[in-house]
Design a protein around this ligand. Structure first.
Ligand code: SAH
Length: 559
């Protein structure tokens, strides 16, 4: 009897305990608060509300100082930098005792902050949201955003954050991430770039980045954004280590198209591909802007919807025809190929033909073969770029190209590609430069570039084929090359290229030109002419842009 009575009392006691615990758990809450870069103006409203609602606030000493005016009268737990785990455990313990507690993180609590750790500590206790303490993660402005805003607009495009701290992450993995991000042309924000003891990580990172990005790539260093000792440096990949980088710095590395303008670091989003930003009236109307044809760079490759839909239908018709033919006649693969050709859609094929880079003479046989290929329907026009431009409807451009090449024509693409133009080397008498002109044509001729690029190559200092008025001018003189960059080739304010080097050794020519072209391909904006690009980036492969005299103001040049 006594036993039953005691057992009953004990059960009641346990029930009260459980109830009490449930009540406490129900009241208890952990706020994980990202308080932004540091000043109150950049803290969210909800972050401030959480601090006001909390009975206690837990955080790293330096951060507690930043918010001290907002947490007066609260119970405060300040711990050292490497005490994150004990901070999270303490917060959970206090919330389980029925308190409302804020754990604070700088920037955003979910990015190298306390949010994940609080959940991991809870997981260890088999916590579940339904019956456990409440948890609210309050987002904040991360260093990526705050530092970017102080630099200009460097994170306008795909970006990633990489922490260089190898205290918890293997360095090998960090290096892999740096390499992948560099290769994939991400804008990169480096967090925890350097500390008193960790000094080599940022050097290694710079070394990896330089393998994939230009040394002139803009780099912004922001220390203590929106805090008292805020300090901003705008530099480049090559020189970034010449400035102070520390625990409170975020390093933002631009992508291949990031540039500086008026002391701002800017990464273009790509609007210039469709819009003329300096004009009120846009060349493409709103409906046209979304047409597939206006987006040749997209997944659909700029092919119209009709053409895309027609292709599979055509292909299946071809397949059926081939199968039928093979079944009935047992015909050869070539015959089947012919059937296939019948079904293929004809497209306009445009290309350039010339007798060669330096050869200016054509013979009757070549003219006759060209005439035959052009036929009655094709068109040919003579251009300023030392070639004939041909346009004809065909379903077989490969055969046409092969035939013309067999007859001695040089066939190159047209559009926004590189044209190598050369003089005739005094009718082939001054042979010194010819092999280099040929090599340039082989290596660079026809390559896609943001805007058509003429490389003018002249065989002596007379430069009578006007190399200095081409986008890039090369003059062979005394066994070496003079280099001119950035002529404005058209308009009333046309000007010659800037002489950037005299006596470039022959063995350096192709390498230098390739590097210049690659830089233009990588950093040039679509439709940006080479002279504009040179002016914008100011330095190409170490060749510095010189300020040109003010151009003549020309309104309505055609009227
Ligand atoms: N949760 C934070 C990141 C903490 S990791 C956030 O979202 O921003 C610490 C690193 O963040 C520092 O080494 C520094 O690289 C960066 N950082 C944080 N606050 C910063 C500030 N105000 N200015 C510059 N960098 C900052």
């Amino acid at each position: 009897m006594l036993f039953l009575c005691l057992a009953g009392k004990y059960c009641a006691f346990l029930k009260t305990l459980m109830k009490e615990r449930m009540r406490r758990v129900a009241d208890g809450k952990v706020f994980v608060v990202g308080f932004g870069p540091g000043d109150e103006a950049h803290m969210t409203h909800r972050a401030k509300e959480a601090l006001v609602e909390s009975d206690s606030v837990i955080g790293y000493k330096t951060y507690m100082d930043l918010v001290k005016h907002l947490i007066q009268g609260k119970e405060i737990v300040r711990t050292g930098m490497t005490e994150e785990v004990s901070r999270a455990q303490e917060a959970v313990k206090q919330a389980q005792a029925g308190k409302k507690v804020s754990v604070i993180s700088s920037g955003d609590a979910g990015l190298y902050g306390m949010a994940g750790l609080v959940y991991e500590v809870l997981m260890e206790q088999d916590w579940h949201e339904e019956e456990g303490i409440a948890v609210e993660i309050i987002p904040g402005i991360s260093a990526l955003n705050s530092c970017a805003s102080l630099l200009g607009a460097p994170v306008m495009h795909d970006a990633c954050t990489i922490s260089l701290s190898d205290h918890l992450t293997p360095w090998n993995l960090i290096m892999k991430r740096v390499e992948a991000a560099a290769q994939a042309d991400f804008v990169i924000a480096l967090y925890n770039p350097k500390s008193g003891k960790r000094t080599r990580q940022i050097e290694e990172t710079q070394r990896i980045l330089l393998q994939h990005r230009d040394p002139n790539t803009p780099v912004g260093l922001v220390k203590s954004a929106y805090r008292q000792r805020q300090h901003i440096v705008m530099t480049d990949l090559e020189n970034m280590l010449n400035y102070e980088i520390g625990m409170l710095t975020t390093v933002i590395i631009g992508n291949n198209s990031t540039f500086y303008y008026d002391g701002k670091m800017i990464t273009p989003r790509g609007y210039q591909r469709k819009y003329t930003l300096g004009e009120e009236k846009q060349p493409l109307k709103p409906a046209q802007r979304l047409k597939r044809e206006a987006e040749p760079w997209a997944l659909h490759g700029g092919q119209s919807e009709d053409a895309a839909a027609a292709k599979p239908r055509l292909q299946s018709a071809v397949d059926t025809a081939e199968e039928a033919l093979a079944a009935v006649t047992g015909e050869s693969a070539e015959t089947q190929q012919l059937v296939q050709t019948e079904f293929q859609q004809k497209a306009v094929f445009e290309f350039a033909v010339s007798p060669g880079v330096w050869n200016k003479k054509v013979n009757a046989r070549q003219l006759a073969s060209l005439a035959e290929i052009i036929g009655d329907q094709g068109e040919v026009s003579y251009t300023t770029s030392h070639y004939l431009q041909v346009s004809l409807e065909t379903d077989n451009p490969t055969t046409i190209t092969a035939k013309l090449e067999e007859d001695g024509w040089l066939v190159t693409p047209v559009g926004d590609v590189i044209h190598v133009k050369a003089c005739d080397f005094c009718d082939g008498e001054k042979t010194g430069g010819i092999p280099y002109a040929k090599e340039l044509q082989e290596k660079l001729g026809g390559l896609k570039v943001p805007k058509v690029l003429n490389i003018g190559f002249n065989g002596c200092g007379m430069a009578c084929y006007g190399a200095v008025t081409d986008d890039i001018g090369i003059i062979y003189r005394k066994g070496a090359f003079d280099l001119f960059l950035g002529a404005k080739t058209t308009g009333r304010n046309a000007h010659t290229g800037q002489p950037v080097q005299e006596g470039l050794p022959p063995e350096k020519l192709v390498e230098t030109m390739t590097a210049i072209v690659e830089e233009y391909q990588e950093k040039g904006m679509p439709n940006e002419r080479f002279h504009k690009f040179f002016k914008r980036v100011q330095t190409i492969q170490g060749f510095a842009y010189q300020k040109m005299p003010e151009p003549v103001e020309v309104n309505n040049p055609c009227e």
